[in-house]
Design a protein around this ligand. Sequence first.
Ligand code: SF4
Length: 443
Amino acid sequence: MKAFTSKTFWIETWGCQMNELDTQRMAGQLMQSGMLPTREVEDADLILLNSCSVRAKAENKVFSQLGRYRQLKRTNPDLLIGLCGCVAQQVGESALDRNPDLDFVLGPARVGELSEILERRRFGERVVATGFPEERHFDIDTISRAGAYKGMVTAIEGCDKNCTFCIVPFTRGPERCRPMEEIVAEVEHLVEYGFLEIELLGQTVNHWRQPEGRWDFADLLDRVARVPGVERLRFVTSYPRDFSPRMVEQFARHSNICPYLHLPVQSGSDRILKRMGRGYTVEAFLQLVDQLRQARPGIALSTDFIIGFPGETKEDFQATISLVEDVEFASIYAFKYSPRPGTAAVNLPNPVDDGIASQRLQQVLALQERIQRSLNEKLVGSEMEVLVTGWGEAAQLQSGRTACHRIVHFPAEPAARPLGSIAPVVIEKANPHSLLGRQPLLQ
Ligand code: SF4
C-alpha cells in the first residue's frame, strides 16, 4: 500500500473552456488541502491529465502522455497519476486495467470529489469515479482562479442534443441547469474579486432554463449583464437552433455583452446538417446572422466546421465554401471529421477519403485566412480596448483580447499594463490571426 504524501501537483488540460474550469476546480481543492502547483512536471507528486475526447487525436495524446509520465514513477515511487475529463468518463475502469501505473479515474461530473478520491487512494483503493450524480454541488470558494483573467461560470452542464458525430452527451451526461440565483451569486463574487470579464459556460449554454421556472437564457443574460462591475460578458457555446429573438435583443440592450459570438454551424450543406442531426438549415442560420448583425453592427462571429463528414460530396463542400464567403466569420475552427465510438455517425455510409478531406480542410483554412486578413486590416487606425492577459513572445510586448475576441500585441510603453486590466490600444498592423498596436500617447 502506498501512503499519500503528495505536496505538489501538475495538471495538464486539453479541450474546451468547461475543462479549463474543471482544472481550476481541481487545483482549488488541492491547494485547499495544502498542495502547491509545480512549474516542472518532474517535480510533481500528483499528475492529473484532464482529457478531451471530441477528436481521436486529443484522446491519443492523453494516453501517450500517460505512457511518458509513468516513467516518472521510477524516480518518485510516491507519485500519483489520475486520468480526468471526458476520456476518463468514456473509458472508465478499462483505463486502470490497461495502465497499471494509473492511480484513479475521475469523470468530469465528479471533479468535486477529488479530495475524497485521493484519501481513498491513501488506503490503497484505485478509484473509478465516473457517471453523473443527481445532485451536483458547485463550491465556488474552492475554485483556483489564480492567473485567470476572465471568470468562467458554469450555467449548464451536459447536453441532450445527440448530434450524430458528437461524444459529449456520453462524456458530460444529460443537461443540468444551475439556478439563476446561484449563477448570479458566483458572478458577484468574481466581480468583487476583481474580474472585469465574465464568461458563462455550457455545451449548449443558450439552452439554459431556470430549473422548475419560466426564465430562459435571455433572462439570464439580462440579469448577469446588470450586475454592477461586469465590464464584459461572454457566453459559450451557443446552439444555433436555440437562439431566440429575445436573446438577440440582449446584444442591443446591453453594451457590456461582448460584440462576439461563437455559433457553430458545422456545415454549409443542408443535406449534411440533416445527417449530423443539427435540426436547422443554412437559411435559418443566415437569418440568425442577419438578426445578430442588426442588433449589434460589427459583431464578430466565429464558428466550427467538420470537414469530410460521411457522405460529404464536392457540392456539399462547395456549399460550405460559399457559406464561409457569405458570412465572413472573424475566425473558424475547422477539423476533419473524427469518428467517435458509440456515436451514430460511425455507422453512416460513404466515408470521405482522408486525402480528399485533408485537401478540403486546407482549402477552407486558406480561404478563411484571406478573409481574416482583410477583416483585420479594416481595424488598422482604430482604437480598441484590450483586456491584458499576458506577455507576448517578444520582450516588452504585452498581449490581450479585444471585446470582439481578437488577439492584440502592444509594447509595454509608456508603461506596462497590469494583467486583467483594460488598456486602450491603437491598431497599427493586421495579421490574419492577431493585431499589433500601441498605447495612445498621453495628452
Ligand atoms: S449540441 Fe451537438 S455538438 Fe454540441 S455538445 Fe451537444 S451533441 Fe455535441
